[in-house]
Write a protein that binds this ligand. Structure first.
Ligand SMILES: Nc1ncnc2c1ncn2[C@@H]1O[C@H](COP(=O)(O)OP(=O)(O)O)[C@@H](O)[C@H]1O
Ligand SMILES: [Mg+2]
Length: 243
């Protein structure tokens, strides 16, 4: 099993949309047994997948007890399950501070037999949850809206990882919501030509109303193609990781 956190210190940068789209790509394009794990109490990824709280027990309690499997729900797509968010995750930080530093790593390990790929949609911020994620996942995908401030926040993240998580995950920065009509976007992308680019697209914005991943609603759109290419690259990186 390999795990990917869609992470940013910033909110509103396209994490949840990307997490849904990557999880759907993992399940459909790569036929991986995939779990989308929504860790953000706002539940944007859960909602986009047309789901709500599991109703069994709260997500935070399930995490505290190390019993995740009963919380997991099927989605309407084959190979794609969801561990839904609920309001209890607002108190996750306090819970994690009481738990061991490797609690999240242990929880991910408990999914090892059931899934090939776990995609985590994370709340923003360099919190205890973030530090636990950095100890647990194989890859961080970091969406960045092109601007000097985003680059600065990204540099701070890399600095933090270098100082506190020497053996931390690989990091893949991805430009998000790129508007080619904006000079700043064009220039920032040109300065980092190796990075993937997810365009600003009405079809992505509409995921909140269609409640469908982009590759299901608009598979031939440029943004869907960008998602498919990004996923193929992520899959190559994961396969290349040492066992
Ligand atoms: N590539 C995109 N093009 C257009 N709108 C986008 C794109 N990605 C995300 N959005 C929209 O931007 C807003 C924030 O995205 P979201 O994925 O919720 O960000 P985050 O999870 O980082 O807070 C949402 O309204 C979403 O629909
Ligand atoms: Mg979000």
């Amino acid at each position: 099993m390999r795990s990917i956190a869609v992470f940013s210190v910033k909110g509103g940068v396209g994490k949840s949309a990307l997490a849904v789209n990557l999880a759907h790509a993992a399940a459909t394009l790569s036929a991986r047994r995939t779990l989308l794990w929504d860790l953000d109490a706002q539940g944007a990824a859960t909602y986009t997948m047309r789901l709500g709280p599991s109703g069994v027990r709260s997500a935070r309690k399930g995490m505290a007890d190390g019993a995740l499997l009963p919380l997991i729900q099927s989605s309407e797509f084959s190979n794609l399950d969801v561990l839904a968010a609920d309001g209890s995750l607002r108190h996750l930080e306090g819970q994690l501070l009481e738990d061991k530093a490797k609690k999240l790593k242990k929880l991910l390990k408990s999914l090892d037999d059931n899934y090939d790929r776990v995609i985590l949609d994370c709340p923003p911020g360099l919190t205890e949850l973030a530090d636990q994620l950095f100890r647990a996942v194989d890859l961080l995908v970091v969406p960045l809206i092109p601007s000097p401030l985003s680059e600065r926040a990204y540099a701070q993240l890399i600095d933090h990882l270098g100082r506190e998580h020497r053996n931390g995950p690989a990091v893949l920065p991805v430009f998000s919501m790129v508007d080619r009509r904006k000079k700043l976007h064009v220039e920032t992308c040109a300065a980092n030509p190796e990075r993937h680019v997810i365009p600003y697209a009405a079809a992505v914005e509409a995921m909140a109303t269609t409640q469908k991943p982009l590759l299901a609603s608009k598979p031939t759109s440029p943004a869907a193609k960008a998602i498919a290419e990004l996923w193929a690259d992520i899959e190559r990186r994961l396969v290349a990781l040492p066992a």
